[in-house]
Write a protein that binds this ligand. Structure first.
Ligand SMILES: Nc1nonc1C(=O)N1CCN(Cc2ccccn2)CC1
Length: 246
């Protein structure tokens, strides 16, 4: 999978996406991440990329021409129109379902805005999706782009080794992850739950499923109400909640 990122701050990406799982996937060429500096496409001798908003008001707006020319520098070489995602507070809020949808694309172009936004004609001309990473105001689209790249890349085959497999992580199949423990057995007078020391894998899996159901029910009722539980899951949860009351 290939990501092309149109940004005013390309240097921000290498530090964050050069390390760990994503860095390894780039080295193994499982994913490619390329940044394009929008400022390189300014026609202004001062490399200007923003201007005052028509109609007045505070702040600056990113001009359409440098963005569209940065886009064309990629798209004109392609025989297909790559999907263009604009990271914006006005977009649909990213969740694992959208991450899964985006992971089926071979090539994504991510557009990072700054200032008060971008000229609306860019959105009309080249943007396919507007995606937000949450209802709070950031400085620019770079952090949202990194969040999107990280979450989508983790679903690309070969990016995660089997040990890192995402199948038991939070939000996979709509459940929160069960509690995790590692050595030492006792820490601050707190011991590891006995079932995890039993070596009885069926009981361990049962306990983990029960903990995921209980956590999702207690911590994220919004997620829980979207679940359709089978009878076994319902019984597991009921048992766990009864233990909570005792
Ligand atoms: N939350 C978020 N999830 O994605 N992006 C954000 C986010 O806050 N930002 C800050 C403003 N930037 C520029 C901007 C301003 C107004 C309208 C459109 N674009 C985009 C990125």
């Amino acid at each position: 999978m290939k990501f092309d990122v149109l940004t005013l701050f390309p240097e921000l990406f290498d530090a964050v996406l050069g390390e760990s799982i994503i860095g390894r996937a780039r080295q193994n060429n499982i994913i490619q991440i390329n940044t394009v500096n929008i400022r390189d496409f300014s026609l202004n001798k001062h490399r200007k990329v923003d201007d005052y908003p028509y109609g007045g008001g505070g702040g600056m707006v990113m001009m359409a021409q440098p963005i569209c020319d940065a886009y064309l520098s990629i798209a004109e070489k392609l025989s297909y129109k790559p999907r263009v995602v604009y990271l914006s507070p006005q977009g649909r809020v990213l969740n694992q379902e959208i991450v899964k949808e985006l992971s089926t694309e071979e090539h994504l172009i991510l557009l990072c805005g700054h200032y008060e936004g971008i000229d609306e004609r860019v959105i009309e001309e080249i943007v396919d999706d507007e995606i937000s990473i949450g209802d709070y105001v950031l400085t620019g689209g770079e952090l949202p782009a990194m969040v999107l790249i990280d979450s989508v890349s983790r679903l690309i085959p070969g990016v995660l080794s089997s040990e890192e497999s995402y199948s038991q992580e939070s939000h996979y199949e709509g459940l929160l992850e069960y509690p995790q423990y590692t050595r030492p057995y006792e820490f601050s007078e707190r011991k590891v739950p006995g079932v995890l020391m039993s070596g009885h894998h069926e009981n361990i899996n049962r306990w983990r499923r029960q903990q995921s159901l209980k956590r999702t029910y207690l911590k994220r009722p919004d997620m829980f109400e979207r679940l359709s539980l089978n009878e076994a899951d319902r019984k597991l949860l009921e048992e766990a909640l009864k233990e909570n009351e005792e």
